[in-house]
Each structure stands twice: as structure tokens, then as C-alpha cells.
Design a protein. Structure first.
Length: 262
């Protein structure tokens, strides 16, 4: 689940054209299935609260993600992860995010606070197996436009891909797990894919991957985002050392345009 969320962050740009009308809506709920080879190994959900939250006088979105093991995978290692954030409704810059992870014998609680007056990030972690919390760490925000995972996903859905050409590169600066990242991806145009929610025209984006021991091949990871008004994250495919993993959208409701699919 973690690798999928990190890859979704990569679908971003700071300098690319944005849609005038944001495709996301409060109350939206997306359901996903994670497969590895022929097996379903996990399920996840993404939801935007109806609750109105304000930070620095600006209206914000409250987002929650849950991921858990499914099928035979739960027999070997149970995963029950929760992620969340509060982000600006228009710019998608983060104000707060958290992770609450339970993965077999591993557990972690994390909170991140983004302070734009001091231009600093306050990072706190703790584990139930440790007698005391880990020390608070601070990181300087050196420039505007640094996203967290949730804000990055929202930003990705709001890019106006229609104004990009095949081969164009997009990039982003992001903060995740005590590190700043700079991602680059290549736009591959529009193609129709057969998804769990129907045959849909999509924008195809492929990240530029550094050599590593997890992903295989030059185009190891591919993303498809619906080319309609909702810009739904339909599918992620990753060629890995021991097989191919897929994360696919299986249901949605309360989207900004169109009817529910459940």
C-alpha cells in the first residue's frame, strides 16, 4: 500500500497548467483493490469529509485514507493503516497530516504540522513498542509548493493534461517520512483502458524511476487518470522483481460530475 501512495504523489507538477474548476468534491469516497499477480492482497478507501475546516482563514479539505490486507495475505501479515490530512481547498498545500500504521509486528504513529508563518515543518513519531516518543524534528520549508501525499494526489487530479504534449515532463517537490523529494514524470497521452468501473479514456503518466531493487524496467510504474471532469485515479501498475502489482479503482460515490458507481 505504501509504494502505491508514494507513486501517486509523483503525478504532480508545480508549473503545469491547472484546471480552472477543481475536479474534487467534499463527501467524495473512492474504493480501491490491490492485487499481486492473480491474488487480491489488499483493499483501500479514500474519502473527503463534508466537514468545513479553516486554517489561516482559508477553507480546507479533510482527507482520510485506509488500507488493509485482504484474502490470503491477511493470514501471513495483517495490515491496518490509516492516513489523513488537512489541506487547502484551492492550492492543496498541507497544514497537517498523520499516519497510524499497523503492519504485522510493526506499528507507527506520526503527526506532521506545516507552519507557514515560520516556514517550518514539525515532525513527530511514536511507537507503542517504545517506552517514550521519538524526539520532535523540525525541517525548513525552503520554497512554496511543497506537497504532502494527500495534497499531491489532489494536485495531480487538477492538472489540465489536455494542454500537455506526449513526452512532456512534469515535476514536484514533496515532503514525506522526514525527507524532501523531487519527482519527475513523463506524459504519454490519452488511451482507453478497461477498468473495474468501465472502459474509460485516461491520461497516461509514467514516472522516471531511479535504479532500485524493487521495480523492474525503464517504465516500471504507470498511472492512468480518467480524462473526464472527475480526473479519477483509475489504475496504477508496477512491474516488481517478483511479479506485477496493480491498484485499481473499484467504486466511487459523491464525485463532482456523474453518478455513483458501486
Amino acid at each position: 500500500m505504501k509504494f502505491t501512495l508514494m507513486m501517486l504523489i509523483g503525478m504532480l507538477t508545480q508549473a503545469q497548467p491547472m484546471m480552472k474548476e477543481r475536479p474534487v468534491s467534499t463527501g467524495e469516497v473512492l474504493q480501491f483493490k490491490l492485487t499481486y499477480g492473480w491474488f487480491t492482497v489488499g483493499r483501500g478507501s479514500f474519502s473527503i469529509s463534508d466537514e468545513v475546516i479553516y486554517r489561516d482563514g482559508r477553507e480546507c479539505l479533510k482527507i482520510d485514507i485506509e488500507g488493509r490486507t485482504a484474502g490470503l495475505a491477511g493470514v501471513f501479515s495483517k495490515v491496518d493503516d490509516k492516513w489523513g490530512a488537512v489541506i487547502d481547498k484551492e492550492s492543496f498545500k498541507p497544514y497537517y497530516s498523520f499516519r497510524d500504521l499497523s503492519e504485522g509486528d510493526y506499528d507507527l504513529e506520526e503527526e506532521v504540522f506545516f507552519d507557514y508563518d515560520s516556514m517550518r515543518i514539525q515532525f513527530e513519531q511514536a511507537s507503542a513498542k517504545e517506552e517514550s516518543p521519538r524526539p520532535t524534528k523540525y525541517f525548513d520549508i525552503e520554497k512554496d509548493g511543497v506537497f504532502d501525499m494527500m495534497g499531491g494526489l489532489m494536485h495531480a487530479r487538477s492538472i489540465d493534461y489536455r494542454k500537455l504534449e506526449k513526452g512532456d515532463r512534469v515535476s514536484i517537490d514533496a515532503f514525506f517520512d522526514k525527507k524532501f523529494y523531487h519527482f519527475q514524470m513523463v506524459y504519454h497521452g490519452i488511451e482507453m483502458i478497461k477498468s473495474k468501473v468501465g472502459k474509460i479514456y485516461c491520461h497516461k503518466v509514467v514516472p522516471i524511476m531511479e535504479k532500485n531493487s524493487v521495480f523492474v524496467g525503464e517504465d516500471a510504474v504507470t498511472f492512468w487518470v480518467s480524462a473526464d471532469a472527475n480526473r479519477l485515479p483509475l489504475k496504477v501498475s508496477a512491474n516488481m522483481k517478483f511479479g506485477t502489482a496493480h491498484c485499481e479503482l473499484t467504486a466511487y460515490k459523491n464525485v463532482k460530475s456523474g453518478i455513483d458507481f458501486e
